[in-house]
Design a protein around this ligand. Structure first.
Ligand code: NAD
Ligand code: A1AUG
Length: 516
């Protein structure tokens, strides 16, 4: 087994690669409109109730028609996962690990196809889609190795005592409910699902309603790689309709959620209640929102800072929990940075994600379009609009990359997660004040500091309270195994996805001691 290394990104300026993704787009385009049933116990279940997944770049285009689970089918899914758990938990680790290696290999061979699905269903440009697919591969490659590490080293960490044979092993928890977001609809969904599965759990996967087709295709890939029936139930449906049942069910042992603070808090509170017949404390793993800031010090590489702000603010139209939604800039360099960011932003082209000339695509759906548009109106009341602000909702959900300036630290658009292509500039009179402004939201996910001063970087290392802190680089783009990902406060339980401790959340430790 070779050491883990992150999957290289694809250079689409290379003609061969460009032709490959274009061919994949043609192939996927021809497969649009298919029906996607639920999968319970390995059986396909087609329901009368269904919903369409649409292309946010061309909202008249149906990506697929997806069956919709109701309470009865959610109950069946939990029961199926429960019935399968005993057998799956006994499958040797090397077989569970092999499932992830084989799935990663299948995905690697078909990565442009899956990236094409991401371009059409999630509105990701080729580069953003490729990064999402690469991260899905990385999660599986990394968690497979982590599971081997846990399984082979646990007992060796015990203090040996003469006259005793002591064994320590990581065993699974039970039935997990996996609830991923739509914004990394392959990577985060796959990472959450396969981490739980490789640890020996069985799961009910409720995909995000905006991106169920990519999830369906990933589950099929797991089956192709040899996953037994009943290990993963595929249960698309309204979170509002079946979410509470899944979360509060007595057979649910843990919930792994990635999404908004609002929904995450609801699930966290619900999971704390003990249902009749429940005989464990449910575990909640939650990765929630962010209001991430890039601080630019008076002594900084201003061009690098401006490039990073624009890339982190408008990549995937700002629809990343790690996005730079606040630029906190020292007064000495404020006007210069703002000017440069404005220039760079005006060079961006918003368009259909499958149009290779687009710098960024649409936002995900009507609700997001309306929410971001309302924040833009709020920003016009609170701040100075410097770039963008335009919207175009006729064909798709397009919003111009938007810059606001001169915000007060407690402005609404400086405090609340917008989750769109909007960045707000705020002036700081000192580095200390910049840190105070950066720390003054309820979140704590990512942040960056641009400074050439070692003492200020060290001050930020201690005082900038975020789970992923970057120096002199953008605040998005964590790599699996390199930048374990998760944050503080209302950004969640800091599960550190892609990190050495992540699998621990889906296992429990058993000690067996024998007197010799
Ligand atoms: N911290 C991270 O690692 C991370 C990563 C990606 C996204 N996010 C956050 O996710 C949010 C955007 O994603 P989103 O719009 O999908 O979030 P969301 O909270 O609207 O939905 C997340 C998931 O929860 C489901 N859901 C909705 N209501 C539910 C309910 N009542 N019960 C059970 N499930 C329910 C949705 O169908 C979806 O699958 C942003 O806040 C972003 O910051 C965080
Ligand atoms: N892990 C991703 C963000 C995931 C949330 O949307 C990054 O580091 O940019």
């Amino acid at each position: 087994m070779v050491p883990y290394r992150p999957e290289p990104f694809t250079d689409f300026s290379n003609e061969t690669n460009r032709k490959a993704i274009e061919a994949a787009l043609d192939k996927v385009q021809a497969e649009l409109g298919q029906e996607y049933p639920l999968i319970i116990g390995g059986k396909r279940v087609k329901t009368d109730a269904s919903f369409n997944s649409i292309n946010p770049s061309r909202k008249a285009e149906v990506i697929g028609r997806v069956s919709k689970a109701d309470a009865e089918l959610a109950e069946q899914a939990i029961q199926s996962a429960h019935e399968t758990f005993a057998a799956w938990a006994r499958v040797p680790v090397e077989q569970r690990v092999r499932l992830l290696f084989k799935t990663a290999a299948l995905l690697r061979r078909r990565k442009h196809e899956f990236s094409a699905w991401l371009m059409l269903e999630a509105g990701k440009t080729a580069a953003e889609a490729d990064a999402d697919t690469a991260e899905a591969i990385d999660f599986m490659e990394y968690y497979a190795r982590q599971m081997i590490e846990l399984d082979t080293t646990a007992a060796s960490r015990l203090i040996t005592l003469e006259g005793e044979d002591n064994d320590l092993r990581y065993i699974p928890l039970g039935v997990g409910v996996i609830i991923p977001p739509w914004n990394f609809p392959l990577a985060i969904m796959a990472g959450m699902t396969t981490a739980a599965v490789v640890a020996g759990n069985t799961v009910v996967l409720k995909p995000a309603s905006a991106t169920p087709v990519i999830a369906a295709r990933f589950v099929s890939l797991l089956e192709e790689a040899g996953m037994p029936p009943g290990v993963v139930q595929f249960l698309p449906g309204s979170g509002g309709e079946i979410g509470d049942l899944l979360v509060s069910h007595p057979l649910t042992r843990f919930i792994s959620f990635t999404g908004s603070k609002e929904v995450g808090l609801r699930i966290f509170e619900l999971s704390a209640k003990t249902a009749p017949g429940q005989k464990w404390l449910k575990r909640f793993v939650g990765e929630l929102g962010g209001k991430d800031a890039i601080i630019v010090d008076s002594e900084a590489d201003l061009e690098a800072a401006a490039q990073a702000i624009v890339a982190a603010a408008f990549g995937f139209s700002g629809q990343k929990c790690s996005a730079c939604s606040r630029a906190i800039v020292h007064a000495d360099v404020y006007d210069e940075i703002l000017q440069r960011c404005t220039e760079l932003t005006r060079e961006l082209k918003v368009g259909a994600a499958s149009d290779f000339s687009s710098s960024t695509g649409p936002v995900i759906d009507e609700a997001a379009y309306r929410k971001i548009s309302s924040y833009i109106e709020q920003g016009k009341k609170e701040c100075r609009l410097v770039a963008g602000g335009g919207t175009a909702g006729e064909k798709g959900y397009f919003i111009e990359p938007t810059i606001f300036a001169d915000a007060a630290p407690d402005a609404v658009i400086m405090q609340e997660e917008i989750f769109g292509p909007v960045v707000v500039f705020c002036k700081a009179e000192s580095f200390e004040q910049a840190l105070d402004i950066a720390n003054n939201t309820e979140y704590g996910l990512t942040g960056s500091v641009f400074s050439m001063s070692r003492s200020r970087l060290e001050q930020a290392r201690e005082q900038f309270h975020v789970g992923n802190l970057y120096f002199n680089r953008k605040c998005t783009g964590a790599l699996v195994g390199v930048h374990p990902f998760g944050g503080f406060n209302m950004s969640g339980t800091d599960s550190k996805a892609g990190g050495p401790d992540y699998l621990l959340q889906f296992t429990q430790l058993k000690l067996i001691s024998e007197k010799l």
